[in-house]
Ligand binder design. Structure first.
Ligand code: SF4
Length: 214
């Protein structure tokens, strides 16, 4: 039995905590998906495709969601029948096929995003500095998962070619985004930015060194 004298490892207990959050978020996803006439995988696909003008290939969709390609294919076919996604040609030679979200898909997604979900409510319960610390901790954890190839590169500032960390002396806004040519702060760091463009590996490593030492 676990007691204060005989605790399990801290990473085990953090995993237990994260799994409780994941459970609440899954319940949320089911409720939101049901309201929109979707299942959670279909909802996750729409969320993944939102803001991606060129769409994504089935393989990329499956990798980003951590599902098999047949599962992704089935869900995409269901979404296509509902008119929420459409296939479009992709790649320089236009011979590949990507899946993109349609206007109807964006509408159904936005309808379900009007009220804060449980995860957002639990973040609201934290103080500002705790929210900022949590955001940066999540960036570090996600970045590590990317480094060990557990997940694909996400559209985070930390991997973006426009990101210049800790370049300004203003402690409230130390970072710079070259895409919009503006300074921004730690709590504005993006996890999933539409304007993200992946930097090359050497540049990503150099940026990360500066960011984590800041
Ligand atoms: S474009 Fe987006 S991801 Fe890139 S630095 Fe600017 S805010 Fe961050």
């Amino acid at each position: 039995m676990e007691t204060p004298k005989n605790p399990t490892s801290v990473n085990h207990r953090i995993r237990e905590g994260l799994s409780r959050l994941a459970m609440a978020m899954r319940t949320d996803d089911w409720t939101r998906a049901k309201t929109s006439g979707l299942n959670p995988t279909q909802l996750a696909i729409l969320e993944l495709l939102q803001g991606r003008e060129d769409g994504l290939g089935v393989k990329e969709i499956a990798a980003n969601l951590g599902v098999s390609q047949p599962t992704a294919t089935d869900s995409i076919a269901a979404l296509e029948r509902k008119g929420f996604v459409a296939k479009r040609s992709a790649g320089a030679d236009r011979r590949g096929v990507n899946v993109g979200i349609t206007g109807e898909g964006v509408s159904v997604l936005e309808e379900g995003q009007n009220s804060p979900n449980v995860a957002e409510q639990s973040v609201d319960a934290l103080a500002d500095h705790e929210q900022e610390q949590l955001l940066i901790t999540l960036v570090k954890m996600i970045r590590h998962l990317q480094e060990i190839d557990a997940i694909p590169i996400q559209r985070m500032c930390a991997s973006c070619r426009y990101f210049v960390p800790f370049v300004h002396s203003d402690a409230a806004q130390p970072h710079h985004c070259n895409f919009v040519d503006a300074a921004f702060g730690q709590r504005d760091i993006r996890i999933d930015c539409r304007e993200h463009e992946t930097a090359n590996p050497a540049s990503r490593a150099a940026t990360w060194d500066v960011f984590q030492q800041g």
